[in-house]
Design a protein around this ligand. Structure first.
Ligand SMILES: Nc1ncnc2c1ncn2[C@@H]1O[C@H](COP(=O)(O)OP(=O)(O)OP(=O)(O)O)[C@@H](O)[C@H]1O
Ligand SMILES: [Mg+2]
Length: 274
């Protein structure tokens, strides 16, 4: 599918977002502007505000201060039907896939279709032929067509995340938010899932904002890296030409040798695992 709109169009814009939870400042005057088709990766230590930022983009959180605009609409001013409409254009995938384990892969994908939002779910045949065909096409897109009629819980983690991506695509979103989509996966599956997300973004003009903990993955798959520290944007740079040592400064760490870089990475991995 070719995007119909100007590729340089700003799709997501955060202007001076501050979010406080009681005395905790989760986001501190954070600004970010994302163009159509761009893949932006958010990096930062645990608690730096990545999830909170993502949740502002589809109106799951309201800023204490500042303005969020998505697809030309000010999210902060939306409620009810207008907010639901916006959310239908914003897909969201998570670390824990959130598939229904006892349903087939195809049924899981179909729960993402807009029709599924209305009315009760009555099994595969309640979706109609067009939706089923679209579900199968989405599964083919993520390389899992042959798994369509298997129970979701028989798939590997990487495959389950690909099903979750196919499910998100069923709502034909213009923006895909991904909150640590590969945090539960082994390195090879992580790479495959990030490659797939990037491929879909390029092919369909889908705008992606994805939080990650792995600097290498961010450098491999993002167009742009945005670093958060204590809720503030401390880096916002095209990935091209960016070094790993520069990215590490997001974490408040400066490495002057490769040994030091490796030591800091190990330490950060510990932070993630805790
Ligand atoms: N609903 C909430 N109520 C209170 N505090 C919150 C809430 N959501 C987030 N916070 C706080 O806001 C800060 C940012 O949290 P957030 O979850 O955005 O960080 P994160 O970068 O996604 O971390 P992680 O890498 O661990 O997922 C943290 O201090 C967190 O405890
Ligand atoms: Mg988070």
């Amino acid at each position: 599918m070719t995007p119909q709109t100007d590729p340089a169009e700003t799709v997501v814009s955060l202007e001076g977002i501050t979010k406080r939870f009681g005395t905790t400042v989760a986001l501190d005057d954070a600004s970010l502007s994302v163009r159509r088709g761009e893949v932006v990766v958010l990096l930062g230590l645990s608690g730096s505000g990545k999830s909170t930022l993502l949740r502002h983009v589809d109106g799951l959180e309201r800023p204490t201060d500042g303005r969020v605009t998505v697809l030309g609409r000010e999210v902060t001013g939306l409620s009810g039907r207008a907010l639901r409409e916006l959310r239908s254009e914003v897909g969201f995938i998570f670390q824990q896939f959130e598939l229904v384990p006892s349903l087939t892969v195809l049924e899981n994908v179909l729960t993402g279709s807009l029709a599924a939002v209305r009315g009760p779910r009555l099994g595969l045949w309640s979706y109609g032929r067009a939706a089923r065909a679209e579900g199968l096409a989405r599964l083919e897109r993520v390389g899992l067509l042959e798994r369509a009629y298997q129970r979701a819980d028989t798939l590997s983690g990487g495959q389950q995340q690909r099903v979750a991506i196919a499910r998100a695509l069923m709502q034909r979103p213009q923006v895909l938010l991904a909150d640590e989509p590969v945090a539960s996966l082994d390195p090879e599956s992580s790479d495959q899932v990030m490659a797939l997300i990037r491929e879909i973004a390029v092919d369909e003009g889908l705008t992606v904002i994805c939080s990650l903990h792995q600097v290498d993955l961010a450098l491999s798959w993002a167009d742009r890296i945005v670093g958060l520290r204590h809720g503030a944007v401390v880096l916002d740079t095209e990935t091209e030409g960016l070094s790993k040592a520069q990215v590490m400064e997001i974490y408040g760490r400066v490495a002057t040798s490769t040994d030091q870089l490796a030591a800091i990475e190990l330490e950060l991995a510990g932070d993630v695992a805790r």
